[in-house]
Each structure stands twice: as structure tokens, then as C-alpha cells.
Design a protein around this ligand. Sequence first.
Ligand code: ATR
Length: 277
Amino acid sequence: IDRYAVIGRPIRHTVSPLVHGLFAEQTGQAMTYEVIEGPSSSSEFAAVVRAFIVDGGKGMNVTAPFKADAFSLADEVSERAWLSGAANTLTFTADGRIHADTYDGLALCRDIEVNLGQSLAGRRLLLLGAGGAARAAIAPFVAAGPAEFVVANRTLSKAAELAELGGRLGGTVRACGYDSFDGLGSFDVVVNATSASLTGELPPVPMRSFDPAGLAYDLAYGRGLTPFLHHAQAAGVAHLADGAGMLVEQAADAFARWRGLRPRTETVIAELAAHSN
Ligand code: ATR
């Protein structure tokens, strides 16, 4: 029976086994999906992955803080992974090679556009944060064709770097700091890709930056509203979403890569929502 796993640290709250279990059931695939607590030192990451391969592992999902390590370890990387310098899915091929891809950005875009029905084409888009999670979203966001695309970050130089990447990919992306929102107006879609939610913090985005008729999206996922979504709600935003849909979509992409068929995600997203309430 084919073995898969998710690796991260900390990892005990992961819902990936639940999601992949539902996919396997839905598609009738015989496979197991385990949870592996990664090493405390990232220098030992490669050894843990190789041990899993020796034990018959066929693929691995990778979460924080190992996405860059997974990228470095791979023998072959997709263009998507190469652009973001990170990998969230490893596939171990029959000839012993490690293939890396990342589906985070695609999954985020698909969740917003398909599941939540908010087309990004011609809309005003604000991305908060300029770390790994934000970087993964640049290419698919540029490809979606927003009328205006701003990246805001606490450290301005990192936002400028992502704006430059967006420019190289054919988009027009503006960088700003949290103290320079004046004159930018409001945004139809505001995406929180900072890690602030994880520590109960809030990126200091002004309330006037939200268009009440638009969407506020937090990549974080968990019980109840995140501080960012509370803030957006107080600003009167009609549509609020957390990262549950993105999580399921990227899992479906990994599953498709491994098993050759893409599961339906709608019912799984609903089950996940029920699970966390
Ligand atoms: P991830 O892999 O989740 O993207 P990361 O690469 O460490 O994690 O990036 C974290 C992002 O969250 C950064 O954009 C960081 O801002 P800085 O680049 O200025 O450090 C942002 N961030 C973290 N805590 C924040 C807070 N309390 N307010 C605003 N931004 C925050």
C-alpha cells in the first residue's frame, strides 16, 4: 500500500490526514497518510525525508518551517516552485528522484475565484505580507489580471522585492508600507498572507482599505474568526473567508500529482468547516 505523509514542526494540529483520507475514500484509492514531526534542526530535514523514502514513502506534503528545505532537497522542481523558492509537495519517483512542486498560490487563487466566486480580473487587489506565503501568490495573482495590485508589508524592501517579481511576470504591482495607504483608496479583495494571525496579531491595515462589498481572505485557518477577519467584519466587509478552502485545494493538487486523479473538493471543504466548529 502506498504511503504518504505530511511533515512540519509543530504538526499535531494538522488536518491534512483528514483531508487526504476523505479524498482516498471518495476516489477509492488504497493509500495511507501519516503525520511526521520534523526535526528541530532543518539540517536534519533531508535525512528524515530520505528515511521515509527508504521505508516506501511515495510522496510528502511539507509545511512550515520546511518549505525552503524541501525545495533545496529536490532533484527536479516545477517552474511554480522555482518562482517561489519553496515546495509544499514532494513526489518520490520510481527511479529514485525527488520532484518538488508548490500548489499554495494556485490553490489560493482557485479558492477565491472558483469556490468563493470572486473573479480577480479587473478588480482592486491588496496582498498583506511579503514572506513565503505571499510570494507563492504573486504569479497566479498577476495571471488573474487585477486592475490594481498592491503588496503591503511591514518591511517595505520585501514588498518591493515581490512587486519587482510581479513586474518580471508581466504585471504591474505596487509596494507599500502600512503607513503609506493614503490615497490608495479601497480594495475589492484584501488577502492576509502575513503570519500575524498565528500569534493573535493583526497587520495594521486601515479600515478604509476594505471595500464593504468585497472579500477579506485570511490564509490562516482555525477555530472562529482570526483577528484580521474580525477587523474586516468591523469594517463592514460582506464576504469573509479563512484558508480552509485553500488548504483543501492544495491538498487536491498534491493528491492529483500522486494518484493521477483530482478529487472533488466542495464536500471536503464543508466537512472541514464542520470539523472546526
Ligand atoms: P510565511 O511562510 O507564513 O509567509 P514568513 O516568510 O516568515 O512566513 O513571513 C511572515 C510575513 O508576515 C512577513 O511578511 C512579515 O512581515 P515582515 O516581512 O515585515 O517581517 C509578516 N508579519 C508577521 N507578523 C506580523 C505582524 N504582527 N504585523 C504585520 N506583519 C507581520
